[in-house]
Design a protein around this ligand. Structure first.
Ligand code: OGA
Ligand code: MN
Length: 284
């Protein structure tokens, strides 16, 4: 076990990734996740079925709405990248989604995501993580007072508008998601159910506004907080090797992709997404 980021993120060598991992090992792994917020299992080389079976040990998995982005043999696996094969077309964006935690547009967002490097480009395409927990702890007391208790509205409509600015060829309301997922209010400052630690819950591309603030004030506050949270002292950048598995706690960190040269390289990542309220992740 080796800490990789300035305040968080640890590498866990040799963790078995399959459905029959012992309860003792799983408990140990989950407690490391609570402690380090991001865990990296390097070059583990898992098959999709084993990734799903391991992920399920943590809790029920979200199934992504866009069926074409999932693996036909494993609908729990959401594919990210620029690869198209065997009836699967990975989700590809020419713009990065910006800093976010996964599925914040759901009333109960995901607890954790598992992200596996199936095909990894030789350069570019790092995933960056920001320690939203340490960032809260180190935030100026005045800003802590201003932010605590506020709620932000997270909306797929807002994300759709943002995506269309990055990918102008993308159709309006591509998949009717905004009607299936109406806007939800999320606390700006979250309390982790296990550790009790507060963190900044910031997803600028998905956030329409902060309740009770004028649009300019809302945008300015989000901007100030995101700049603070994503300075180098709170960021770990994961440079992928093929077969790496990275697990992050969506309740404690933010993440974002970097751009890669999609005309030169192939990228294919598998993501499983543990739904909110996951039993194994919610016990102390
Ligand atoms: C995700 C995500 C980052 C990346 O799949 O949730 O944000 O590096 N991915 O592709
Ligand atoms: Mn994500």
């Amino acid at each position: 076990m080796r800490q990789l980021g300035p305040t968080f993120a640890a590498e866990v060598q040799g963790m078995p990734i399959h459905g029959d991992v012992s309860p003792e090992l799983l408990v140990e792994f989950v407690s490391l996740l609570h402690r380090y917020r991001v865990l990296i299992v390097p070059e583990t080389r898992v098959e999709p079925q084993a990734l799903v079976a391991f992920s399920r040990r943590l809790g029920p998995l979200e199934i992504h709405n866009r069926v074409e982005n999932t693996l036909p043999s494993c609908p729990e696996i959401f594919c990210v990248g620029n690869v198209e094969r065997d009836g699967m077309k990975a989700s590809f964006s020419r713009g990065v989604e910006q800093w976010h935690a996964d599925s914040s547009f759901r009333a109960t967002p995901s607890d954790a995501s598992l992200f596996y490097g199936e095909i990894v480009p030789l350069e570019g395409t790092d995933t960056m993580f920001a320690d939203a927990t340490a960032a809260w702890r180190m935030l100026d007391k005045d800003l802590q007072r201003r932010g605590d208790g506020l709620h932000a509205v997270h909306s797929l409509e807002t994300l759709g508008q943002w995506n269309r600015r990055q990918n102008p060829d993308r159709p309006m309301n591509a998949d009717n998601l905004p009607t299936r997922f109406p806007p939800v209010r999320q606390p700006l400052v979250r309390v982790h159910p296990v550790t009790g630690a507060k963190s900044l819950y910031l997803c600028p591309a998905v956030t329409s506004h902060i309740e009770g603030l004028e649009p300019e004030a809302s945008e300015a506050l989000i901007q100030t907080l995101i700049e603070h949270t994503t300075t180098d002292r709170f960021v770990y950048t994961h440079r992928w090797r093929q077969g790496d598995l990275v697990i992050w706690d969506n309740r404690a960190v933010l993440h974002t992709a970097s751009l890669f040269d999609h005309t030169r390289y192939q990228r294919l990542m598998y993501r499983t997404t543990v739904a909110g309220g996951a039993p194994a992740l919610s016990d102390g």
